[in-house]
Design a protein around this ligand. Structure first.
Ligand code: AMP
Ligand code: ZN
Length: 124
């Protein structure tokens, strides 16, 4: 299968790894959209969250916990961060191997571009 993230998981395409275990890999996004922009992938090929099945339950949990860990290791825990997965064309998914974007290191724009003047709800 010609999947770039499977090749990264196999090690045949290089990546800047920040975390790896038997099931999950995390590495720097090659075109960061925030000061910290990491990707967490399951090593098993799952095209998107929409293709996940009940047998992937534990794997999805592992990926979420890895996202928390790499965010912590990157120093994002106190300032906050975003974990996003794009699914299909309207979300702009371009790599069809499930991945979690972990983004932070600055105040991130609101999720709704039509409402970009959202106030900061963090306690001062
Ligand atoms: P998505 O639009 O959710 O499918 O995001 C795919 C992400 O993968 C984009 O943010 C790309 O910059 C990133 N990406 C593509 N190829 C690589 C690569 N070889 N190494 C690291 N990140 C990559
Ligand atoms: Zn794949």
């Amino acid at each position: 299968m010609d999947c770039i993230f499977c090749k990264i998981a196999e090690g045949t395409i290089p990546s800047r790894k920040v975390y790896e275990d038997d099931h999950v890999l995390a590495f720097h996004d090659i075109q960061p959209q925030a000061p910290v922009h990491l990707l967490v992938i399951p090593k098993k090929h799952v095209a998107s969250l929409d293709d996940a099945s009940p047998e992937d339950l534990e794997l999805l949990g592992r990926a979420m916990l890895a996202a928390k860990q790499v965010a912590r290791d990157a120093g994002l825990t106190d300032s906050g961060y975003r974990v996003v997965t794009n699914i299909g064309p309207d979300a702009g998914q371009v790599v069809f191997h499930l991945h979690l974007h972990v983004m932070g290191g600055e105040k991130l724009a609101g999720l709704n571009p039509k409402n970009s003047s959202e106030s900061d709800t963090r306690p001062s």
